[in-house]
Design a protein around this ligand. Structure first.
Ligand code: BDR
Ligand code: CA
Length: 303
């Protein structure tokens, strides 16, 4: 499966990218980056560093720095650390970004791989909305768009009502959900069931010394956040669950519903079912043991 991951690395983003590189069913063509867990320049730097450490030479195209119509964006340093990889500081600058901005790059790649390309969006949806604005055929040219975002049947995480990726650019997300295309939404409804524990990280680091060790180390900050904020002994494999949903749909129970996003007020960023919207596939159930097992099995094979 040909895939581009649109990402804001980010600790669980790094895990998802490592999974995509390790999984034999995925051919990772590129990463596109967006603001979110960190500022976009740092997202790109983190993405290039990770790819280099994984020994993978694919482009990184940098995208949106800010959400639509809002200037008060702040990175989630309290969740992902000051530079996005937990306690790691001064992440080395490796290589350079692709010459094209993310949205243009996505449009070109969707045309070049018409009907074959899966875009897995694991950050705010600004680049995806930008690509749809640039080329109304963008959505139809994709095989599918799989999104980590939203909380349709459960409470949010960044606020009681909203999940972080949707909250960071509610307007862009609403535009994406208004578009007729093959969309799968992998939200907190299922990703909070894929808890990855400190013991899971230790086992991973034992099997995959470099990458597993790196993911274990950067995740200490993230695990601490989960424990302090939610009393959980593990962190959600949010972004990896979305990447896994791209090729393992049978592990998910899907509802076909329309979705819209609250654009203001205390509910800002809430994802609600909306009968007036095109139907998308919303994950509402998951074989969580199988998803966690797939993640461990594949990433454990990395050096
Ligand atoms: C999502 O928000 C970010 O913090 C994570 O990387 C993930 O994409 C979870 O709500
Ligand atoms: Ca993310």
């Amino acid at each position: 499966m040909k895939m581009i991951i649109d990402t804001d690395p980010g600790i669980d983003d790094a895990m998802a990218i490592a999974y995509a590189v390790a999984a034999p069913e995925i051919e990772l063509l590129a990463l596109t980056t967006v603001f979110g867990n960190t500022f976009v320049g740092q997202s790109s730097r983190n993405a290039r560093y990770l790819l280099d450490r994984l020994g993978v030479d694919v482009p990184v195209a940098q995208g949106a720095a800010l959400p639509y119509g809002a200037s008060d964006y702040q990175p989630s340093a309290y969740v992902h650390g000051l530079e996005g990889y937990g306690d790691m500081m001064d992440i080395p600058e490796v290589g350079r970004n692709h010459a094209l901005p993310a949205a243009e790059y996505l449009v070109e790649m969707a045309q070049a791989h018409k009907g074959e390309l899966v875009v897995c969006a694991i950050g705010p949806l600004t680049n995806i909305a930008d690509a749809l604005r640039l080329d109304p055929a963008f959505g139809r040219n994709l095989k599918q768009l799989v999104i980590m975002g939203g909380a349709v049947y459960c409470p949010g995480n960044i606020t009681d009502a909203a999940e972080a990726n949707i909250y960071h650019d509610a307007r862009a997300a609403d535009e994406v959900f208004a578009t007729e295309m093959e969309t799968v939404l992998v939200g907190l409804d299922v990703t909070l069931q894929t808890l990855y524990t400190p013991q899971d990280f230790e086992a991973l680091a034992g099997a995959s010394v470099d990458m597993g060790g790196f993911l274990r180390d950067i995740s200490q900050f993230y695990l601490k956040f989960y424990k302090e904020a939610a009393g959980l002994e593990g962190c959600g494999l949010h972004d990896s669950t979305a990447v896994i949903a791209c090729a393992h749909r049978h592990l998910f129970d899907l509802a076909e519903v329309g979705v819209s996003v609250a654009l203001e007020g205390p509910e800002l960023g809430a994802t609600r079912t909306d009968a007036a919207r095109p139907k998308i596939k919303v994950c509402r159930g998951i074989d969580h043991a199988a998803v966690v097992g797939l993640f461990s099995d594949h990433v454990a094979r990395l050096p």
